[in-house]
Design a protein around this ligand. Structure first.
Ligand code: PMP
Length: 418
């Protein structure tokens, strides 16, 4: 029954080979597109990241200009002239690729400088950071290398898919999102049984935009002799007085045992990193298969060196973003919409029903606003929502257009909570 299915249901269909499974999956995605579910075909962007985007959709092949509420380029550094210039200079100097994995010749000067700069950004010694190909790889690769059969990962259930992937070779315990009692039970049970007890949380959660109860989680973890890893892909560069993310808000930048971050969001490029003790970094350099056998940053990483500097040199981008977030949140709340507990630049509009959410995404697009429709397995089945993310460069006009579009959707679909 295609109407009730999600793409998770097609991961593995017993009795079919891989090619047959793909054929059935093709029929399913064709059916979903025919029935107006917009997230079963990619929207093609005809322009770089920005507050507006020219897109073509499965429903309208003619490019059309929309207010974009989909980008993680929170500070719009992908378009910052100095970042672009630095990246171009890096390419002009060293070419477009690294040519090899870091261990066997791809450790170019910008890559080395980037690792030192990331370490310094978190106030750690220069050998405390390691850059990976993406944020996804940072999590999955580091965890696969670090955690083995005698260890346990204790996850907030809402952590990113890459963390789950990284925990495939170790023992797993989970606690409901931000549930401290449950976490304490996990820690108690694990205390005698496992060598490493690594609690893994996000700083900012990617679907609700809310924060971890980080201080309490840190204290509990330490009380039971565990270690804490924080993936703050959506917080670093974006929140905290100095842009050091959720860890800065909780005054834990210097204390978290393993920091994981991405270079693809606030820093406007591609890549990810792990920051930890120099010994852990050295271990990962040689023991992480993805680090040893895969290429990492290109000379365009020179742009990242500038982007990281700009976090300190130009705090105005963070301030503009915070103003936009406050304005947009108030506008949505005034419309009676349920935005949950967000404290970041990710603002969900929670609808619940997946089909209504699909309709809402399409209506927004009709009104010239591109936002993401998030349904299962991105979130739990009854938790479908429109996910918006804001940028520093959205103007009031962009945000008003988006708020008017949400008002229109609410009139049509009655998605408000009061
Ligand atoms: N962690 C979290 C919480 C994320 O949301 C994402 C990206 N959506 C990642 C890690 C992975 O980042 P990247 O895009 O650099 O692979």
């Amino acid at each position: 029954n295609f109407a009730k299915a999600s793409f998770k249901d097609f991961e593995n269909i017993s009795g079919l080979n891989a090619f047959e499974r793909a054929e059935v999956f093709q029929e399913f995605t064709d059916y979903m597109v025919k029935n107006g579910q917009m997230n079963f075909r990619f929207m093609t962007s005809k322009q770089g990241c920005g507050p507006e985007m020219w897109v073509t959709s499965p429903f309208n092949q003619k490019p059309r200009k929309c207010v974009s509420l989909v980008s993680n380029d929170y500070l719009n550094f992908t378009q910052h002239p100095e970042v672009k210039l630095a990246a171009i200079k890096g390419i002009e100097r060293y070419g477009t690729g690294a040519g090899a994995s870091p261990l066997i010749g791809g450790h170019h000067e910008y890559h080395e400088m980037l690792q030192k700069k990331v370490a310094g950004f978190f106030n750690r010694s220069e050998d405390s950071a390691l850059v990976f190909t993406t944020g996804y790889t940072s999590n999955s690769a580091a965890l696969l290398a670090l955690l083995k059969g005698e260890d346990v990962a204790i996850l907030d259930m809402a952590v990113h898919a890459s963390v789950y992937e990284g925990c495939k070779e170790t023992n797993l315990k989970m606690f409901p999102h931000n549930d401290l009692d449950f976490l304490e039970r996990n820690l108690k049970e694990a205390q005698e049984k496992y060598r490493t007890r690594l609690v893994i949380i996000d700083g900012v959660y990617s679907q609700d935009g809310d924060l971890a109860r980080m201080k309490e989680i840190y204290d509990l973890t330490k009380r039971y002799g565990g270690f804490l890893m924080v993936d703050d892909a959506h917080g670093i560069g974006v929140i905290g007085k100095n842009g050091r993310g959720a860890m800065e808000i909780f005054d834990l930048v210097d204390k978290v045992d393993i920091i994981s971050g991405t270079l693809s969001k606030a820093f406007g490029h591609i890549g990810g990193f792990i920051v930890s003790t120099p010994e852990i970094i050295n271990f990962l350099k040689f023991q992480s298969r993805q680090q040893v056998f895969s290429s990492t940053s290109t000379p365009a990483a020179a742009g990242l060196l500038k982007a990281i500097d700009l976090i300190d040199e130009e705090p105005k981008w963070r301030e503009m973003l915070a103003d936009n977030v406050a304005y947009f949140k108030k506008g949505l709340i005034d419309l009676g919409l349920n935005i949950g507990n967000t404290e970041s630049a990710i603002i969900p509009v929670k609808i619940g029903d997946p089909h209504k959410t699909g309709d809402a995404g399409r209506l927004l697009l009709e009104a010239g606003v591109y936002a993401n429709t998030i349904v299962y397995p991105g979130v739990a089945r009854k938790n479908a929502r429109i996910r918006t993310s804001l940028m520093a460069t959205h103007t009031r006009e962009h945000l008003d257009k988006a708020l008017n579009a949400f008002e229109y959707v609410n009139q049509k679909l009655h998605i408000s909570v009061n």
